[in-house]
Design a protein around this ligand. Structure first.
Ligand SMILES: Cc1cc2nc3c(=O)[nH]c(=O)nc-3n(C[C@H](O)[C@H](O)[C@H](O)COP(=O)(O)OP(=O)(O)OC[C@H]3O[C@@H](n4cnc5c(N)ncnc54)[C@H](O)[C@@H]3O)c2cc1C
Ligand code: FES
Length: 315
């Protein structure tokens, strides 16, 4: 099979829209094609330029004269254009037999950038930067992978499921309500995105409109109680709202199960420059830098993460 994966560092690419179709009330599946894209893995993300690349960026002049307070009115932040790229997890990647790569992103419309994305049509051009961040460590062949995704944390779980061929895995997918579940149900009530990789799915909705009625964390706990596994037999992977992931990490910690957490801190640059995505972590050795003598330090979610061990995060 021809592979358009190149072993190289992150880079900027111009992609073409293959599909951009609604999956549920607020989510779209966007498939982008590129002639080449570096090797990528589940957990990694891309920064997407959510604006027309042919339109010049709006220039706002700010008075920075010495001795005067900087006159920021707020208008700079209320621009109708998404000036900064927006981060999105990779939900899948296909290396096409005829050459070229397709990347899949599932996005929820929440603001100016994702609204722009939702209006993309087949053949439109989109600038992306990636692949960014670290990746999930895959489970051992004898371990069960438990993929716990909530809301826009479900997409990286789909990519992870695609890399678990032949391995036992169960996906837990949580949404507030049925209309906000960004997954496709088959006629026999399976979830297509996971079933195609042989992964069973347990759906939960907070309002009980589909599947287990309650939080996805409760569905996970119930499953773990029934399964009665030894701690080393499973690895939990999670992505979603921070409160949800915190609870998943606590459940895993309480049962001594390894837990890998993909955090989705708000990010500006996505590549370690702006420091906007810092997150507090436990240091393995307090005597070592940074901050010798302290048992914690900050890490960057974009370059040290987004994947961290549940036990190292000090939320
Ligand atoms: C590593 C990473 C992976 C992500 N993967 C996905 C994905 O696969 N699918 C998806 O739909 N979204 C994902 N997100 C979130 C996505 O980046 C934001 O929803 C997007 O930037 C919003 O852009 P916007 O211009 O539409 O909204 P804005 O106008 O910028 O913001 C709209 C609202 O959303 C809030 N918001 C923006 N970013 C975040 C964030 N990271 N966490 C919490 N609230 C936020 C803002 O505070 C504001 O209230 C990911 C974020 C990160 C950091
Ligand atoms: S987003 Fe800029 S440093 Fe992480």
């Amino acid at each position: 099979m021809a592979s358009a994966a190149v072993e190289s560092r992150r880079d900027q690419f111009l992609a073409t829209v293959v599909t951009n179709s609604p999956i549920c009330r607020e989510h779209f599946r966007l498939v982008l094609s590129l002639p080449v894209f570096p090797v990528a893995a589940p957990g990694q993300f891309v920064q997407v330029a959510c604006r027309d690349l042919d339109e010049p960026a709006e220039v706002v002049e700010i008075d920075c004269s010495p001795g005067r307070p900087i006159a920021l009115s707020g208008d700079e932040l209320l621009s109708p254009t998404a000036m900064l790229r927006r981060p999105f997890s990779l939900a899948g990647r296909r290396d096409l037999p005829e050459g070229g790569v397709e990347l899949e992103i599932i996005h929820r419309v929440v603001g100016v950038g994702t609204d722009w994305l939702s209006r993309l049509r087949i053949g439109d051009r989109v600038g992306i930067l990636g692949p960014l961040g670290n990746r999930f460590a895959l489970p051992r062949a004898d371990q069960t992978a438990l993929l716990v995704g909530g809301g826009v944390g479900i997409p990286p779980m789909i990519y992870l499921a695609s890399q678990l061929a032949g391995q036992r895995a169960v996906a837990f997918a949580g949404a507030v309500t049925r209309d906000l579940l960004a997954l496709t149900l088959t006629d026999d009530a399976r979830v297509e995105e996971f079933a195609r990789h042989g992964v069973e799915t347990i759906i939960s909705t907070d309002d009980g409109s589909l599947g287990f009625g309650g939080y996805v964390t409760q569905a996970l706990e119930r499953w773990l109680d029934d399964a009665k596994m030894n701690p080393g037999d499973a690895v939990i992977y999670t992505c979603g709202p921070e409160l949800m992931m915190k609870r998943v990490a606590a459940i895993a910690g309480g049962r001594e199960i390894e837990c890998q957490v993909a955090v989705e801190r708000a990010m500006a640059c996505g590549m370690g420059t702006c420091q906007s995505c810092c997150i507090k972590v436990r240091k393995p050795d307090p005597s070592k830098p940074p901050l010798p003598g302290s048992d914690w330090c900050y890490r960057l979610a974009c370059t040290d993460g987004p994947v961290f061990h549940g036990r190292e995060l000090l939320w």
